[in-house]
Every structure is written in structure tokens, then in C-alpha cells.
Design a protein around this ligand. Sequence first.
Ligand SMILES: Cc1cc2nc3c(=O)[nH]c(=O)nc-3n(C[C@H](O)[C@H](O)[C@H](O)COP(=O)(O)OP(=O)(O)OC[C@H]3O[C@@H](n4cnc5c(N)ncnc54)[C@H](O)[C@@H]3O)c2cc1C
Length: 231
Amino acid sequence: MANFDGIVVGAGVAGSTTAALLARQGFRVLLVEKATFPREKICGEGLMPAGARILNELGILSELRAQGAQAFSGIHFHLPRNRCIELNFAEVSQTAQGWVVPRMVLDTRLARFAAQQPGVQLCEAFRVLSAQIGEGQVEVTGLYQGQLHTHRARLLIGADGIRSRFHNGFGIHRHKRRTRRFALSTSYDQLQGTGVVEVHCCEAGEAYVAPMGKRSARITLLLFGTAHRPR
Ligand SMILES: Cc1cc2nc3c(=O)[nH]c(=O)nc-3n(C[C@H](O)[C@H](O)[C@H](O)COP(=O)(O)OP(=O)(O)OC[C@H]3O[C@@H](n4cnc5c(N)ncnc54)[C@H](O)[C@@H]3O)c2cc1C
């Protein structure tokens, strides 16, 4: 017999939000995550207005704002040959706003929020190894504290990121990259902020500049290919 209605694998933004929303509908959910929070996740850290709207509905956005989340008003993509594509949220909706929130803060808060919902059981340091799909039931086996554990549910949600282990099994197209990617992220002070997230793109990679305050920004570099790794 299934001991949960649903098992969500991965407590990133997708998994934690899904678990919390399912619990609000009355479902009993097991949320498993191989890492323990707080954990690093490299990211440009720009939360788009649609995501901000969901966090607002969940009641988390005001808390993140109080902790220093910075508003931004659009994204400017700087492309080779001096081309620029400007997405200004106000052109779509007067109230739309993005927020720069460190992923370590956002993901930790979302996982804790999910765990606070009656009906959600969060299990960190649980690495899913396999899932069996049967008649009206799924069985998920994973490693927790050096031992194999199996849980059953009616519903399985694979929210385990871009390299999800579930894609192949269900015929979901898995994006195959020809080159490896390598990312770096750091914060800089003494910068003249523009109030928008800037994305600078070239053949070698992308650089994201996210305003963190009046004179500081989070800068994330995503480089394509291993040639950059030594530097
Ligand atoms: C350099 C870079 C910059 C980016 N900038 C932005 C940005 O500015 N704004 C934006 O919106 N997006 C950005 N993104 C994309 C964004 O990071 C992803 O879209 C987002 O993290 C996806 O969330 P997710 O919850 O689906 O997956 P993830 O955040 O990857 O979470 C998946 C979770 O599953 C867990 N997991 C994996 N395997 C298992 C397993 N076997 N068992 C248990 N748990 C498991 C992982 O530990 C992880 O916690 C950026 C990405 C990169 C690489």
C-alpha cells in the first residue's frame, strides 16, 4: 500500500514549491533531497515576475524582501555585434517586478516552508537511486544514512534538476550538450547599478549581472567548454 500520496524527488525551487502546493490541496507528500540545506546552487539569482507572484501567494516574498532581496525592473540581453534586446517588465504589466535573491537563501527558505506544511515530510541527505512504476503505485528507493530505504506513493514527481534521472525512463527528451559548462559566481561592491539584470552573451559563454543593492551586484559567469577551467 502507498504510504504517501506523492513523492517529490529534489527540493530545489520546483520540488519544494510543488510539495507545498500539493500539501495545501490535502495530499501527503514525501519530499526527498540528496543535499542538506543550506546548499550552494550556482545561478544568476534573478527571480522573474511569474516566480515572484507564486512566492507572494505562498506568503514568502515579503520575508525575502525583508532579508534584502533587491527588485529589478527588466532584463537586458547584450549580444555580439553590439546588439541588445531589452525586456522591461513595465511594458507587460505595471506591477510586474523581478527580485534578486541568493539561491542559498531562496532554496533553503522554500524547503523549510514546504516542510512546515502539514502533510509534507522533508527528508534531506536522501539520494534516490531508482524508481519502479507499477499499477497505480510508484516505489522509490534511495540511500539514507548508509542504508537503502523504499517508499511508496501514487504519484512521482521528478524535480531533480536538469540532469534528472527520470527523463530517460519516461521517454522525455533529454537535452544533450556537446560541450561541458563551467560556472563561477561572486559579488562585487562599488558598481554603478542599472536596476536591471544584464545578460552578456558571446560564443564563449554568458555573464549575468544582478543588482544586489545600490552599489553592489552578483556576477555569474557561465563558460562553455573545458578550455576555461584552468583560469
Ligand atoms: C549559471 C546559471 C545561471 C542561471 N541563472 C538563472 C537566473 O538568473 N534566473 C533563473 O530563473 N534561472 C536561472 N538559471 C536556471 C535555474 O538555476 C534552474 O532553472 C533552476 O535551478 C531549476 O530548478 P529545479 O528545482 O528544477 O532544479 P534544481 O534547482 O537543480 O534542484 C534539483 C534538486 O534535486 C536534487 N537532486 C538531484 N538528484 C537527486 C537524487 N537522485 N535524489 C535526491 N535529490 C536529488 C538536487 O540536489 C537539487 O537540490 C541559471 C542556471 C545556471 C546554470
